[in-house]
Design a protein around this ligand. Sequence first.
Ligand code: AKG
Ligand code: FE2
Length: 240
Amino acid sequence: MLHARPHEDDAEADAAHDRFRTDGYLPLPGLLTPEGLEALREEALRLEKIARRRDFAMACMDGSPRHMTTLGGETIARESHLIPELYADAALSHLLATLTAERVVAVPDLLERHVLNILHREGDTHGAHTDDYPYALVLFLESPATPSDGGLLEFAPRAASLTALNTADSRAAHHHPGDAYLLRSDTTAHRVTPLTRPGLRRTVLNFAYTTTTTEIRTTRSAHALYGDPGDLPLRCGSPR
Ligand SMILES: O=C(O)CCC(=O)C(=O)O
Ligand SMILES: [Fe+2]
């Protein structure tokens, strides 16, 4: 399912780790094998039928917009074998340990562990935020073909402040289906730029990881985006 050894030798792996530490972002082009991509796409299409449309402003993230369809980790754990298996895959854990130079572990909150994010309408966007946990591995199942279609990851290297996304230091990255990226997601402000026209789709799986030494400081934002509407309204940003 994965080309889990994208780095040919130790020198390449060291260079990847250095780049990740400097930028807080590391592209992993073609991480999924063609068969893996196909299997995950089918799984995502099946799961999309029970996913939920979200349209709101995230109060605890400067009111940044969420226009997307999502499915949280608890439902995915219940409805899918494939995705939880991939999340816990030994070769994937090894890759993440190499790139982060840490022992990464599953996040305790099942809701956030592995989530499905689907942008599928004109203007759909996953607005500016930081994540609750230190590492995010984002796997692309569908993506607009060209950067001008939107759906770009925009991130601010070494800056957790959301306003850093509006400065010249922020960067934008385009990814193809089958690509992935690793993000230092708790200290790197990031967002997904709006889809620019109807008919475009961008579907990702986001796998969240932590370390044994990371203090848990979960906010309510994940519950606003992935929980049941019955959970709302929440004092977004207040720790649980
Ligand atoms: O879709 C992306 O590229 C980013 C996803 C993300 O930031 C998240 O799920 O927290
Ligand atoms: Fe994120």
